[in-house]
Design a binder for this molecule. Structure first.
Ligand code: ATP
Length: 280
């Protein structure tokens, strides 16, 4: 497990050379909320780069600002300090180049069938006509294994199936970055594992760029090729880890457990001691 404490490591590629420039750059970003009578600083000076086809995970305890960072990349919150660049251009608001999949099962309009749920945003974005949008929707519905349910309504689907629809809907937009905010956290353990597996299989096929939020160390190791560890109140970069060596099959191995324990220590035990620490 390769670890850096400054949060600025590049992904490891097969030839050992990181591609450049990054697709997404988060540069010294501090984010705040205006709460009644006070300002809540959610993140402090967070920096990281995401390259094309990265599966970049934001990992940290509850309240460390993971969701807020994702919202900022989505363009829903403007940085108080710092900037966010996508393809070298500052992010100033939401756009079809960044699509979010949330944890909640009610993110799909219940009056639309699976087919219409997936096709609608593509059509609404104006990039494809009705026929093209329908074809695109069929393609991604098939990719998530839901073709037999294309005419079903969300309330007739299981939680895992709803999340598959949400993923198909997001991928059908063919965004520059797919943003996922704890997408599997509300699922039972077995379904969650299956969804992780399916997401990785989809990634193998489509090679989308993923920014994925979780508070599960195991999920971060399995899903991500790079992990940003955030410390809370406000969220700061604790470390960045290259985790490309772990996958679905590494789950129970002693090496995987050791990596998970190491991250746990970094997040919870060494947090105070390691602030400003040197590289390991
Ligand atoms: N709308 C809001 N108004 C004020 N403070 C907020 C708001 N949303 C989040 N916060 C605060 O910002 C900080 C970061 O919250 P955020 O939801 O981004 O954390 P998180 O790491 O995603 O946590 P969790 O895993 O519990 O979702 C927290 O202290 C939280 O209380």
């Amino acid at each position: 497990m390769e670890l850096r404490m400054d949060g600025m490591s590049a992904p490891v590629r097969e030839n050992g050379v990181p591609p450049s420039p990054p697709l997404l750059s988060v540069e010294g970003v501090s984010l705040e909320y205006q709460a009644p009578g006070r300002v809540v600083r959610a993140t402090q000076n967070v920096s990281f780069d995401v390259w094309e086809a990265d599966r970049f995970v934001l990992l940290g305890a509850s309240g460390c600002g993971k969701s807020t960072l994702l919202k900022a990349v989505g363009g829903f919150i403007a940085p108080r300090q710092g900037r966010i660049l996508l393809d070298g251009r500052p992010v100033h608001g939401p756009g079809p180049d960044r699509v979010v999949v949330f944890q909640e099962f009610d993110q799909l309009p219940p009056w639309k069938t699976v087919r219409d749920n997936v096709a609608f945003p593509v059509r609404a974005s104006g990039r494809l006509n009705r026929k093209e949008a329908a074809e695109r929707a069929e393609h991604y519905i098939e990719k998530v294994g839901l073709s037999p349910f294309a005419n079903a309504y969300p309330n007739t689907l299981s939680g895992g199936m709803k999340q598959r629809v949400a993923i198909a809907r997001a991928l059908a937009m063919e965004p520059r970055v797919l943003l996922m905010d704890e997408p599997f956290a509300a699922l039972d353990a077995l379904t969650r594992r299956k969804m992780q597996e399916e997401l990785l299989a989809l990634w193998e096929e489509v090679r989308f760029t993923l920014l994925f939020v979780t508070h599960s160390i195991e999920e971060a190791l399995v899903v991500g090729n790079r992990i940003a560890l955030l410390s809370p109140h406000p969220g700061r970069m604790r470390a960045e880890i290259n985790s490309h060596e772990w996958g679905m099959k590494s789950g129970g191995s002693p090496q995987f457990q050791a990596a998970a324990n190491r991250i746990h220590r970094l997040l919870f035990e060494e947090a105070g001691a390691a602030d400003g620490a040197s590289h390991e």
